[in-house]
Design a binder for this molecule. Structure first.
Ligand code: UN1
Length: 495
């Protein structure tokens, strides 16, 4: 049977791409399994989508924010009703286990309900004027069309982190999902349309980053871009947005470390690193890719850990009992293989280190969970983002050295420390140079209602999630109201 052809969503209609071209979406756990065909769109499709979004903006921005919120609440309800089906579709196209894709959809539901309630806040300030009979206040206005460009690893959570707040604030959206996960994106946009969002307010254009993403970023009528993905792509987007004076939120790479102090609960720290390093097959920007162990506990900790890593069950994420799915595609697998070659030179591979090649697993992009010991702090393994199930282990003498090692990479998303010492915990909170620090918990697992983002080359100063993202999607407008009936000159007449 020929795989089903899917469409773009522009101005409230499901439409074929102007190019007439399609790409195939396949299951990374079993590459011969074809899921469907999605549009390989071109700049003309972006042009139409942006035109629709510009047209819809004037009406959408005038709808009261609580009414916009009610529609987003409805989208959250529909996500809840279809959670299982969406989670299955997501696992099938991107590989992570069902438990995780259910969590991914749940993050979308939580984000919807938070956004809906924000429709009844979107606070401005009322501030005393320095002059009599005069009021001063601020309120938040939408900006316009937002270009949303998202990665494969959280095919529901990340798009909703961006799209729901953008819409709630009164902006319209053109959404370009990663080409590895077009199905989940389609299911999300179907829900938004069903929730009553008017034509043109949400538009979906499938295709390649180099074509669709680029046309969107370079479009003069798209004043806001939000991107999650690699630091290299983010840098190029940043150059364009800088030149064009666009507002840009970047969420990029990580090289997150878990630090284990000698007084820690060792089993808890092992639970943490297993989940942090091998959850989502290591394909989270928050993944634990460095394990920093106090030198006194290294041998004991690693022998227990490696035994548990060896027992991790690889397989199709839809099968109950699977603990780790495949990598997303052939390019990801090759990248991991290249890093493991380096690992042979830069450290000692304690387990894993090769493609999983038993008959079933050989049909997909499976790589054995890998632990590398004796990695030098300045080596490529210790400093570059791998985005796969490869954990580099290093040791430190004291907490000061652990902090230095944590902070010396160019990224700064997430960090974690396991200790029972309150003093160390508080020092970690203040001294670790990352956007998020976990005490006695792994580097992954950020909650949807708190600001999410990193420092240094991980981001550009913005945060997603929580209350902060609403500042990103609005402009502050200040209003002064005079009722003294005379000219009062600020800074001159007040004293
Ligand atoms: C990402 O890795 O790209 O904190 C996002 C977490 C998730 C989000 C991760 N809630 O692990």
């Amino acid at each position: 049977m020929a795989p089903e052809r899917h469409k773009n969503f522009i101005d409230g209609e499901w439409v074929e791409p102007s190019t007439g071209e399609y790409f195939e979406n396949r299951n990374p756990a079993c590459w011969e399994e074809r899921i469907g065909l999605w549009p390989r769109s071109g700049p003309e499709d972006v042009e139409r989508a942006v035109g629709a979004a510009v047209g819809a903006f004037e009406r959408w921005r005038k709808m009261p924010a609580p009414a916009r919120g009610a529609m987003i609440k409805r989208a959250g309800d529909l996500l809840g009703e279809r959670k299982e089906g969406i989670a299955r579709a997501a696992t099938r196209e991107m590989g992570k286990i069902l438990l995780e894709t259910r969590g991914d959809v749940q993050e979308g539901i939580d984000t919807a309900y938070y956004a809906a309630s924000e429709g009844r806040r979107l606070f401005g300030h009322t501030v005393p004027s320095e002059l009599p009979d005069k009021w001063a206040m601020s309120y938040r206005r939408p900006i316009g069309v937002c270009g949303i460009v998202t990665p494969f690893n959280f095919p529901m959570a990340i798009p909703t982190w961006k799209i729901f707040p953008a819409l709630l604030c009164g902006n319209t959206v053109v959404f370009k999902p990663a080409a590895d996960v077009p199905h989940t994106a389609t299911l999300l946009v179907e829900i938004l349309a069903e929730a009553g969002i008017a034509p043109g307010v949400i538009n979906l254009v499938h295709g390649a980053g180099s074509e669709v993403g680029r046309a969107l970023v370079e479009h003069p009528r798209v004043p806001v871009i939000s991107f999650t993905g690699s630091t290299e792509t983010g840098r190029r987007i940043g150059e364009t947005c800088g030149r064009m004076h666009k507002r840009l939120s970047l969420e990029m790479g990580g090289k997150n470390a878990q630090i284990v102090m000698p007084d820690a609960d060792m089993e808890l720290a092992q639970d943490g690193v297993l989940w942090g390093a091998f959850g989502t097959t290591g394909q989270r920007c928050t993944a634990t890719s460095r394990l920093l162990l106090h030198q006194d506990i290294e041998d004991e900790f690693l022998s227990a850990l490696v035994e548990r890593v060896r027992r991790l069950r690889l397989g199709d994420g839809l099968e109950p009992g699977t603990q780790m799915g495949p990598l997303i595609n052939a390019a990801a697998l090759e990248k991991v293989e290249r890093y493991v070659e380096i690992a042979h030179e830069e450290g000692e591979i304690l387990c894993g280190g090769r493609r999983a090649c038993d008959a079933d697993l050989a049909r997909g992009f499976f790589f054995e969970p890998t632990v590398v010991r004796g990695v030098r702090a300045a080596s490529r393994l210790a400093t570059e983002e791998i985005f796969g199930p490869v954990l580099s282990v290093m040791t430190f003498r004291d907490f000061e050295e652990a902090v230095r090692m944590n902070n010396e990479v160019r990224y700064g998303l997430s960090s974690s420390v396991y200790t029972r010492d309150t003093r160390i915990a508080f020092r970690a909170m203040t001294e670790l140079d990352t956007g998020i620090t976990y005490i006695n918990a792994p580097t992954i697992g950020a909650e949807a209602h708190l600001p999410f983002g990193g420092v240094k080359e991980t981001g550009n100063g913005h945060r997603e999630g929580g209350w902060e993202v609403y500042s990103f999607y609005t402009e502050t407008k200040v209003v002064y109201v005079e009722y003294s009936g005379r000219l009062q000159r600020a800074q001159i007449d007040n004293y």
